[in-house]
Each structure stands twice: as structure tokens, then as C-alpha cells.
Design a protein around this ligand. Sequence first.
Ligand code: FPP
Ligand code: MG
Length: 266
Amino acid sequence: MFRRALWWIRAKATRAVERLLLRVLAAGPVPKHVAFVMDGNRRYARSHHQPIQQGHSDGFMALRRVLEACLRLGVNCVSVYAFALDNFKRSPEEVRDLMNLAHEKLIELSKHGELLQEYGVRLNVLGKTSLLPEYVREAISHVESATRNNNRAILNICMSYSAQDEMTSAVDSAIRLSLEKSDPNRCEITEDDIDAQLYTSLVGSPPLDILIRTSGVKRLSDYLLWQCCENTQIHFSKAYWPDYGFWDLLPVILDYQRKIWSQGKL
Ligand code: FPP
Ligand code: MG
């Protein structure tokens, strides 16, 4: 009983310190768009002798924690890699469990009084969603319409996504639009035309400031490749995604602020 009370007090105190630090950080330059490659769920589960599904479930808890920290900080847009097109090659059981988890959590996120409503977040699911099962697509429509009028921040959940697919679809749309507007024998498209047709641009995401990948793997894995441009800062963390939290994010934000200040960009 005494130990439980002590644990509770410690958790409360840590949360209060985190909130205070977020308020201090929010007074400096804040990135507008932060993206996460949430990697390491299965290794986390194995290291805790738990089923893989528990790793993905704890991964969703980490997503809530990190999203809330970003929103408190004042980040306008958070993008997360939840399911790569390549992930369809995993075992049918794991794909089914991930789809069930996505369905359950999307419905949960659409509820009134949830995080997205509290912080005024519009949720978008980006990717080749036609490949997702119908019950997941229905949950996506439900949460997208439930949060459509939220305008303080954006959460992009990338599912059935690959950057190569995104770029191919953007080029295709840019060509189609150009042909509709001009001479069909002279189709010209620019970088800006392609940029405007990216999944992230179509939902109004600002340029990507920071990309973070967890679990010690140093690869981009076909995520937001067009968006990772001149000014995007890329960070690799050794933490498995379900363990990732405020104390991992803190040095990333401090580094961003130091770089902005040293460039005299304030
Ligand atoms: C990568 O770790 C993680 C995934 C493929 C799934 C990520 C999904 C969530 C965090 C939950 C998403 C929630 C919603 C609302 C869609 P891994 O499986 O590659 O693990 P490993 O690198 O240790 O093998
Ligand atoms: Mg992985």
C-alpha cells in the first residue's frame, strides 16, 4: 500500500516536471512538423517476454504520450508511420492483429472528450487506403469526419504507406492536372506541382522540420522521402518505440532550438 502511494506520488511529480519543461520549451522556437518512424515494437515485446501484439498495443500508448507532449509544446503537425505497404508481407496473423488494433484505436480516438477533441486535432490517414480492409476504411472515414473541423493541429497516421507510392501518385496527379489545364501535347510539371500533390500537402501539412526513428535502426524505410529536404533534422534513438517518451524527445527539441538560434533564424 505504502509502495503504491509512493509510486503514485512519483508519477504525479514526474508528470508535473514534464509539463513545466514543455511550457519552458514552448517559449522558444517550436518545430511545426515532427514525424516518427515508430520502430521496435516486436523487439520490445520479446525483451519483455510478451506476445508481439502487446508490443504494438504498448506502441499505441507511446503514440498517445508523444502526441500529447508535441501538442503541449505547440507542434502543429505530427506524422507517424503506422503501417508500411511492405508490412502486408508480414504473417497474416500479425497483419490481422494490427488491423484490429488500428480499427479499435481509430474509433477510440474519434470519441468526444478524447485527445484529438481536447487539443483540436484533425486526423488524416495517409496512404493507399484502398488496400486496407473495409472495416478499417470505415473507421478511418468515421474519425476523419469526426475531427474534420478541428483546426489547431494535424495528426497524419500513415497506413498502407510508402514514400515511393506517394511520389508516384503525386506525379500522376500533377500530370493529370497539367493536361486538364493546358495543351495536351505539351505537358510540363514542376517540383512545386509534385509537392502540392503529396499526401501530406493535400491535407495541409507544413514542411517537415524533424524526423525521428526509434529502435537504433538507421534507415528511412521509404518514409516521407520527398519531405526530408534541406532543413529537415533527422534523429535516431536507441529506445524501442513503446519506451519512447518525453525524456527522449527533450534533447531533440533542444537541439532544434540550438540550431535555429545559431542560424539567427528567430
Ligand atoms: C514497427 O515495429 C511498428 C509497426 C509496424 C506498427 C506500429 C503501430 C503502432 C504503434 C500502433 C498504431 C496505431 C494506430 C492508431 C494505427 P516493428 O513491428 O517493426 O518491430 P521490430 O522493429 O522490433 O521488428
Ligand atoms: Mg521494425
